[in-house]
Design a binder for this molecule. Structure first.
Ligand code: FAD
Length: 527
């Protein structure tokens, strides 16, 4: 045995876990199937001289405590937070910019509705208060449902006290909002469709759900627990999101972690008496005291483990774990910055955060409808960034890269397949965006279209699901990935999970990796 722990996958969560494990004195190796680490958080060249965050483009945000613990700034991490959080566009050529600065945001909302402008500050502070109560859950190992330990009871008790301190009005709001459709929640506060849709979008990001789906408010509340805001500050990284995973890789190596790329694990083998081992695609075998999988739960249990090793009930639960993605990505190399309608000269600043295309709730719901019936949306919801505005090193002088997250494109198409319909998807996205930026098409030097099938085949995301599985109430907290196994351990002795398919779920937060490392360190030290 050459290592204490093997990590399958060098996504950001695998790297976070590796850093903490190595810092605890455990000899750790990361095995990544691709030629570089980072998983869904990478920056790659899409055209000579143009580098773009290939998949994720804005960190969820990444937990500041983890960045501090791992001294990521010393290893090259530079977070960029532009003044503009989100720019909403509508087909009438109007725009609504949400800034970090509350007063500026209120002035923007006033263009649409005096009533909404008056209510917005209370909305923002309500989410901040509720977010503060939910935030400790993120760094917590979910309690054992059947037999919570004293420590777990203590943590839950503290949470209960914080909940009581919220006061009756917010307590009631929190309990009532969770199961609600996010469309209903935003309609209770605002009358401006563009504002409603921009907020509701956070509740459906990455989900097989539309704003009228029950429980989508949970997505919004959960996301806002991460930063205390209903509309997140844009959290970019110098060098694109890959700058974060490069800093993590450097920190890991500094702590003594061995990182091996182009090292795909084909099989995990465990037995009662021997140390667990992995068999690489090359045939090489490596054993260690424990193995942590950063691959998603379906990949881990349905591809890397012989089903005979799994209890049939557990196996059935994993088969029922929902991970059918609806997202695609289009990255563009542009010869210049496109002109967006209605920007009146202050484009640079307003475009430097996230740009939201999905002007009203019905638009978002219709976009979802298409995927329900097995097709991609001809008028999709888009979450766009132009990373070269805040980091000009990503593109040649005067040119830009545009990163377009597209929803809804279902993993399974009813007609045709993703190989034959790839360019059609790219065309639909360019056409949709051209309604807001008419000169876009003529500025495109190159485009990269990443379908849900590519997400699975190239980036290893089962079902093309960006969060390693749906984040609905039934696959959440003590239920993530499945009830009874939410504490990063698995029914296989010596095998742990440490990726986004565990609590606190998807997004570039580092939470699952850090929480899993805590459990693994405890178990290995006890042994
Ligand atoms: C298109 C898209 C857009 C997104 N946008 C955002 C965003 O803007 N903001 C945000 O916060 N989040 C976003 N996300 C979600 C976020 O990127 C993910 O939830 C997060 O990166 C998951 O991190 P992870 O480390 O858990 O897993 P991953 O990043 O998926 O890493 C898992 C790693 O395991 C490797 N692996 C799998 N199987 C094996 C094997 N058999 N052997 C060896 N290695 C293996 C994979 O290659 C991969 O490197 C987006 C995701 C996608 C796909």
């Amino acid at each position: 045995m050459t290592h204490d722990i093997i990590i399958i996958g060098g996504g950001h969560n695998g790297l976070v876990a590796a850093c903490y494990l190595a810092k605890a004195g455990l000899k750790t190796v990361v095995l990544e199937r691709r030629e570089s680490v980072g998983g869904a958080a990478v920056t790659e060249e899409i055209h000579p001289g143009f580098r773009c965050p290939t998949l994720a483009h804005s960190a969820a945000p990444f937990a500041s405590q983890i960045a501090k613990d791992l001294k990521l700034e010393q290893h090259g991490l530079e977070v960029i937070t532009p003044a503009a959080r989100l720019l909403g566009l509508n087909p009438a050529g109007e725009s609504l910019c949400i800034f970090d600065d509350l007063a500026r945001t209120v002035t923007e909302i006033e263009k649409f509705s005096a009533k909404d402008a008056k209510v917005y500050p209370e909305f923002a502070t309500t989410f901040a208060r509720i977010g503060r109560v939910l935030a400790p859950l993120l760094a917590m190992t979910p309690p054992a449902i059947e037999k919570p330990s004293t420590g777990e009871m203590w943590n839950l008790g503290k949470l209960g006290m914080a909940f009581r301190r919220l006061g009756k009005k917010d307590e009631y709001r929190l309990l009532r909002w969770g199961p609600m459709a996010v469309a209903d929640l935003v309609a209770e506060w605002f009358e401006t469709e563009l504002l409603r849709a921009a907020i509701a979008a956070r509740g459906i990001y990455g989900a097989f759900a539309g704003p009228w789906s029950a429980g989508t408010s949970t997505g919004l509340l959960w996301q806002s627990a991460m930063d205390g805001h209903a509309i997140a500050p844009a959290s970019f990284i110098k060098g694109g999101i890959g700058g974060l995973t490069q800093a993590l890789a450097t920190a890991a190596q500094h702590a003594g972690v061995e990182i091996r790329t182009s090292a795909e694990v084909a099989l995990v083998e465990t037995s009662e008496n021997d140390a667990p081992k992995v068999v690489l695609k090359s045939g090489e075998q490596i054993s260690a005291r424990a193995i942590a999988s950063n691959a998603d739960p379906r990949t881990t249990f349905l591809k890397l483990i012989d089903p005979i090793e799994l209890d049939p009930t557990f196996l059935q639960k994993i088969r029922n774990y929902r991970a059918q993605g609806v997202s695609a990505k289009i990255n563009l190399a542009l010869s210049a910055l496109p002109s967006f309608a209605g920007m009146a000269g202050d484009e640079g600043q307003k475009l430097s955060g996230r740009i939201h295309v999905g002007p009203d709730i019905d638009y978002l719901e219709r976009a979802f409808d298409a995927s329900k019936y097995g097709d991609f949306s001809p008028l999709p919801y888009l979450d766009i960034t132009i990373p070269s505005l805040t980091d000009p090193s990503l593109a040649p002088s005067g040119a830009h890269v545009m990163s377009i997250y597209m929803q809804y494109a279902p993993y399974k198409l009813k007609t045709g397949d993703w190989h034959s319909r790839r360019e059609e998807l790219g065309d639909a996205v360019i056409k949709t965006l051209s309604a807001y930026a008419p000169d876009l098409e003529q500025l495109v030097l190159a485009r990269q279209v990443i379908t849900p099938l590519d997400l699975e085949q190239t980036y290893g995301l089962s079902g093309g699901h960006i969060h390693h599985g749906e984040q609905t109430l039934d696959q959440f907290f003590t239920f993530r990935p499945v009830i009874g196994w939410a504490q990063y351990r698995t029914p296989i002795k010596g095998l742990y999970l440490c990726g986004a398919g565990t609590h606190p779920g998807g997004g570039v937060t580092g939470g699952p990796g850090a929480n899993a490392a805590r459990t693994i360190i405890k178990d290995l030290k006890r042994k």
